[in-house]
Design a protein. Structure first.
Length: 333
């Protein structure tokens, strides 16, 4: 709220560099995550300042960031090259739907629907959905062997927007789109980790692995999904501990903890302490309360990340409850 990570227009920077004291450019995806984070904190505290902050960021997304000519949401604003990401669009649509549920303001629902339609119209491919498009041509970016640059199971978290739209609008077409991505993800999820041989970089793949598990949450009552989620969580936690001495991401810790809580499993004290140790206690308002992105060889990386902060706050707050609020899949940020 006081770090400067959210600018006057409501846009939110990808992260703040702690060594050079600079902010990276505003990201539409990160702004969407901020909307959800502010909505969550408003529900937790009842403080209107959080709802006001959510509205500022949402207004930036629909009035400033939305490309009315291309009818899509760009990755970032301005030159040189412009892109649109399937994943980002889903995260943004989910955030607008959350704000709609809190306020009843039709503007947010209408734009979430527009984004959901663009995800189907622009990104559809013979195999899954393209992850990245070049704008304004809407030409698919060439795939590469990296989790965010090829179709993969991580996209299931973005497809939660379709599931949410389908339930909100009673529209089976959106529900069917989620099921389409679910089927693809169940077939290909092992590739998330198998396509990486460099051990430290598997920590980044665990981030995508957790996105897949988060995307499964609306269908967690299906018996095969329950078994898969539990086994995949165990695999993810074991790999995290193996990789942690060389590289550990705070968002991965928070994501795996939130899945653990949804399964009704208790966190270990060491797990909670690991997340808490990423939070800055500082007189500097640009740092105070924020969570660092990660540690390499035991040293904190040089950036404070708003998404890491949002994920870690939710994980720690939910861990302190008898009945976690994030048991509702729509409120899993």
């Amino acid at each position: 709220m006081h770090s400067g990570i959210q600018n006057d227009q409501g846009g939110v920077s990808r992260y703040r560099l702690t060594d050079s004291r600079q902010y990276l450019p505003v990201s539409t995806e990160i702004t969407g995550y901020a909307v959800s984070g502010f909505c969550y904190l408003f529900e937790e505290t009842g403080e209107s300042r959080f709802l006001d902050a959510a509205r500022r960021s949402a207004s930036f997304l629909v009035h400033t960031a939305w490309d009315a000519q291309c009818l899509t949401m760009p990755f970032e604003l301005g030159p040189p090259a412009r892109y649109s990401y399937f994943f980002d669009c889903g995260i943004i649509a989910r955030s607008l739907l959350w704000l709609y549920r809190l306020t009843g303001e039709e503007l947010w629902l209408a734009h979430a629907r527009d984004i959901g339609l663009s995800m189907e119209r622009d990104f559809a491919s013979p195999c899954g959905f393209h992850p990245i498009l070049l704008l304004p041509e809407k030409i698919p970016e060439s795939y590469s062997i990296w989790w965010s640059r090829m179709p993969g199971a991580f996209q299931l978290k973005a497809a939660l927007a379709w599931r949410d739209l389908g339930e909100t609008l009673a529209d089976t077409h959106f529900l069917d789109l989620y099921e389409r991505v679910l089927a693809f993800s169940l077939e290909h999820y092992a590739e998330t980790l198998d396509n990486e041989t460099d051990e430290p970089r598997k920590m980044d793949r665990l981030h995508a692995w957790a996105y897949f598990l988060e995307g499964l949450t609306p269908v967690s009552d299906r018996e095969p999904i329950q078994f898969l989620t539990r086994s995949a969580l165990i695999h993810g936690e074991q790999l995290r501990e193996k990789l942690a001495p060389r590289f550990l991401r705070s968002d991965v810790c928070a994501q795996l903890l939130r899945i653990r809580l949804r399964l009704g499993l208790a966190p270990s004290p060491a797990e909670l302490l690991s997340i808490e140790n990423f939070q800055y206690a500082s007189e500097d308002p640009t740092l105070r309360g924020g969570f660092g992105f990660g540690r390499r060889d035991g040293q904190m990386t040089a950036h404070v990340n708003p998404v890491s902060t949002i994920f870690c706050l939710q994980a720690l707050l939910e861990a302190a409850k008898d009945r976690p609020r994030c048991a509702d899949w729509r409120k899993l940020i």
